[in-house]
Design a protein around this ligand. Structure first.
Ligand code: AMP
Ligand code: ZN
Length: 462
């Protein structure tokens, strides 16, 4: 089956062909660790996790790099405001970020470089860009990239050439499309930067944000690699500038496939720190949402669609997970003597949907209609034991991509509930109805409903 993605470069659906057969090199822009990530940021990291898990599912060996932006305008400003050292601030937020990824069952990257570990390599590359005539130095010792020196500048973001004002400069790390100008590769230290400066032949200063990702991606993945991802707000200026720097440095192609996820929004607006309309993962967990339900919510909307975050949506996600978990339990309880129907496993439909630009809604649709069929057959005692085992294997496989069914399943008291059900069965056998009823009541207060069927007691979440 052919894997296709919408490449931001062409704005078209393209067949994916890795540079080296069977291997995928993947770079995903990591967090700027000046503050705790919000769930908008986490939506982008979740899309990248789905992408990576599906590539692995399809048999590719994935080499994944995610950087940690631990020096830029925001980190320095925040460290000074909070009277912390830059390292104290950034290590604190990096720890929380990595913990958030673990909580959400997001697979860790193979490499997690911090920008501050690569400053000498950045300085070297800026020197090359100066020598090649793609950059110039200012009187105060900063270095800017000359956008007029790279004719393809603006292709990714589809800039109008009229918008380009070469010779005019923008020093901020982040800026808007209508400020498309020469951008900073190296920034000479300003008094407001405190002590945060690194040596270079031009001045004591620090690299611009964009050169950081050009250098770290190439260091681990080579000059030309397969996929580069981020949120749509990274298209300009960050990724446009990365392309300009890398192409001018190496005169080779840089990235084949650019993928960008749409924003998570609240009340119609992008969730962002600057608008103050954000939740951290902890804010959501504090409202009794499970990590799996948050994961499902962030995952279940195709990455190119905006995701409107609401709490009822998280509850719906929990219900969907509960249903899949109930399916697992019921399948496990199909007696080994059971004969009956063997319904088709929806591998093809699931893979075809995800092959089509990660159409996760289509994949989930296929899984849930199959689940409905299985429940129906089990209700009528018409699912063969062999089919039940095959279905359980399929659910395990799909959960390698989804990461919501088996994750946290034991800590979600599965084992505990099974023990209580056994105890209740024994109480019923012994005629101890009071004890049996007490156990049913106890489970009910935890939202667990028991159902006595011909093949034993099953439980589900109410
Ligand atoms: P930052 O820490 O600001 O560099 O952002 C980390 C990642 O989150 C980047 O890939 C951004 O594009 C992405 N991002 C920021 N805000 C949102 C949002 N509201 N929805 C989805 N992704 C976002
Ligand atoms: Zn980046």
């Amino acid at each position: 089956m052919t894997l296709k993605f919408t490449n931001t470069l062409s704005r078209r659906l393209e067949t994916f062909e890795p540079i080296h057969p069977g291997e995928v090199s993947l770079y995903t822009c990591g967090p700027t660790v000046y503050d705790t990530a919000h769930i908008g940021n986490l939506r982008t990291f979740m899309f990248e996790d789905l992408l990576k898990r599906f590539l692995i599912y399809k048999g590719y060996r994935v080499s994944h790099v995610m950087n940690i932006t631990d020096v830029d305008d925001k980190t320095i400003d925040r460290a000074i405001t909070e009277d912390l050292s830059l390292t104290e601030l950034t290590e604190h937020h990096t720890r929380i970020f990595l913990e958030d990824l673990r909580t959400l069952n997001i697979l860790p990257a193979d490499y997690l470089p911090r920008a501050t570990e690569f400053i000498p390599q950045m300085v070297e590359s800026i020197k090359v860009l100066l020598e090649k005539g793609h950059a110039y130095r200012t009187d105060e010792g900063s270095v800017f990239f000359d956008v007029s020196s790279f004719p393809e500048y603006g292709r990714l973001a589809r800039l109008d050439p009229e918008q380009l004002r070469s010779g005019e400069r923008v020093a901020d790390d982040d800026y808007q499309k209508d400020e498309a100008r020469d951008f900073a590769l190296w920034k000479a230290r300003k008094p407001t930067d405190g002590d945060y400066a690194w040596p270079s032949q031009w001045s004591a200063g620090r690299p611009g944000w964009h050169i950081e990702c050009s250098i770290m991606s190439t260091h681990f993945l080579g000059k030309h690699f397969d996929i580069h991802c981020g949120g749509v707000d990274n298209i300009f200026p960050h990724h446009e500038n990365e392309i300009a720097q890398s192409r001018c440095l190496h005169n080779t192609p840089f990235v084949n496939l650019w993928l960008h996820s749409e924003h998570l929004i609240v009340d119609g607006q992008k969730m962002s720190k600057s608008l103050g309309n954000f939740y951290t993962l902890q804010d959501i967990l504090d409202r009794q949402c499970s990590p799996e339900a948050v994961r499902y919510t962030l995952l279940a909307t195709q990455y190119r669609q905006k995701l409107n975050f609401t709490f009822p949506r998280v509850q719906e996600s929990q219900k969907a997970i509960n249903r899949l978990r109930e399916l697992v339990r019921r399948l496990e309880e199909v007696p080994s003597s059971q004969t009956g129907t063997r319904p088709e496993i929806p591998d093809k439909a699931v893979e075809a949907a995800l092959d089509d630009d990660l159409n996760i809604a289509g994949a989930l649709g296929a899984i849930f209609s199959w689940a409905r069929e299985l429940f129906g057959l089990m209700d009528g005692c018409d699912l063969s034991h062999e089919a039940a085992s095959k279905s359980l294997e399929a659910l395990r496989r799909y959960d390698e991509i989804l990461g919501v069914i088996y994750f946290n399943l034991d800590s979600e008291t599965g084992a505990d509930i099974k023990r209580l059900i056994k105890e209740r069965d024994q109480a019923r056998k012994d005629g101890d109805w009071a004890r049996a009823d007490a156990i049913r009541e106890e489970l009910l207060t935890r939202g667990i409903i028991l159902e006595d069927t011909s093949s034993g007691t099953i439980w589900k979440k109410g």
